[in-house]
Design a protein around this ligand. Structure first.
Ligand SMILES: *Cc1c(COP(=O)(O)O)cnc(C)c1O
Length: 364
């Protein structure tokens, strides 16, 4: 059978290996498996969220509230923006998909960082757009500007902090960069890990309200999958000017967010203390990864997120290490597919991290 030609050179997105598969493939008990592969919050979500979801679990017959009034009000309060500035997606992934369909088609160009979130490229290919990458591993805004001038992309993605490397763009430099971009080029600021960066270093903090007030061509993305501990609920959001949000709404399927997800995300925003505490634990545990890397003489990229990227030496191999860890029930992310001899490890609980150090020390 013939399929859409656009699908021919798309590599299926490889998600962090699910615990269920490791159980089946290696016969390891679920309790002996540690997943540090998808940057989920190891402390989960606030107990208030669990209670709220349990309370409404009997209400599943009706379609969800498609106006999403409760979640949108909570986001408005949190970010000091208006209803018309918000769109909710089934993960911010879905908002990326809307953006691509709204702005790009065959012949369009999408400018992204050399190493960055894989879904930008996949969604770009869905619409037949061409992907242009910078050369440097970290976001270099001068390179972005040069390529912007020579290639005239339709969409630019800035992922700050960046996945899978963990580095973040200086907020003042980013604002200066945005000033130089013309109104018809859409700039996406993906802040999936912004809660972590803002906690660690104020100078990396990007405020969606400021973006919306200053620019007519910028959209900010956030998610409940990382710091808020709701990866299983698939909820994310975009914040932008009303005209951009209106266009994205044309692409949104009705009822794209479930009743339980809407409730969970709304209540999660009310318990900021839970989120702050888990972010604080993340950075205190991260010091152990830094010490581990020093001891093992491997490079670690300074991270503004809840994961660390460990760059191995020439005589070590990230694929072998990730596979060997997997056989022991430790799931991490091999970055060989990104052209790096490195693994990405989500910072887990103290026990999970200890297990990682113990196993990795044996294997290296
Ligand atoms: C995790 C992640 C997202 C989106 O996650 P969703 O679960 O779809 O909300 C977006 N961008 C980056 C860089 C991420 O790491």
């Amino acid at each position: 059978m013939q399929f859409n030609k656009k699908l021919e050179n798309i590599k299926t997105y490889e998600a962090g290996k699910p615990i269920e598969l490791v159980v089946r493939e290696f016969g390891i008990e679920p309790k002996d498996i540690v997943k540090l592969a998808s940057n989920e919050n190891p402390y989960g979500c606030s107990p208030k969220v669990q209670k709220a979801v349990t309370d409404i679990v009997s209400n599943m017959a009706l379609y969800p509230d498609d106006s999403m009034v409760k979640l949108k009000s909570a986001l408005q309060k949190r970010f000091d923006v208006e209803d018309k500035n918000l769109i909710i997606g089934s993960g911010s992934d879905q908002v990326i998909e809307f953006i691509m369909h709204a702005k790009a088609s065959s012949g369009s160009k999408i400018l992204i960082n050399s190493v960055t979130f894989a879904m930008y490229e996949i969604y770009a290919k869905h619409v037949g757009a061409e992907v242009i990458r910078t050369a440097s591993q970290e976001h270099n805004l001068e390179e972005f500007y040069e390529l912007y001038k020579s290639e005239k992309p339709d969409v630019i993605f800035l992922c700050t902090p960046n996945n899978p490397t963990g580095d973040a763009i200086d907020a003042t430099e980013m604002m200066a960069f945005l000033e130089k971009i013309d109104e018809n080029t859409l700039v996406v600021v993906d802040g999936a890990y912004m809660e972590y960066a803002a906690f660690k270093d104020e100078s990396k903090k990007v405020t969606p309200k400021e973006l919306v007030e200053k620019f007519t061509n910028v959209i900010y993305l956030g998610t409940f999958s990382k710091a808020y501990g709701l990866g299983g609920m698939r909820t994310g959001y975009g914040i932008s000017t009303a005209p951009i949000i209106e266009e994205l709404y044309k692409l949104r399927p009705p009822f794209n967010i479930t009743t339980l997800s809407l409730e969970a995300a709304s209540v999660a925003l009310e318990d900021e203390r839970f989120v702050k505490n888990s972010i604080a634990s993340c950075f205190s545990e991260m010091k152990r990864y830094e010490a581990f890397a020093t001891k093992q003489k491997i490079d670690i990229i300074e991270s503004y997120t809840n994961f660390v990227t460990l760059c191995l030496n020439e005589n070590q191999n990230s694929t072998q290490l990730a596979d060997a860890l997997l056989r022991k029930g430790m799931i991490v992310r091999n970055l060989s597919g990104y052209g790096m001899n490195a693994i990405r490890v989500t910072v887990g609980t103290p026990e999970q991290n200890s297990r990682f150090f113990e196993l990795t020390e044996q294997l290296l």
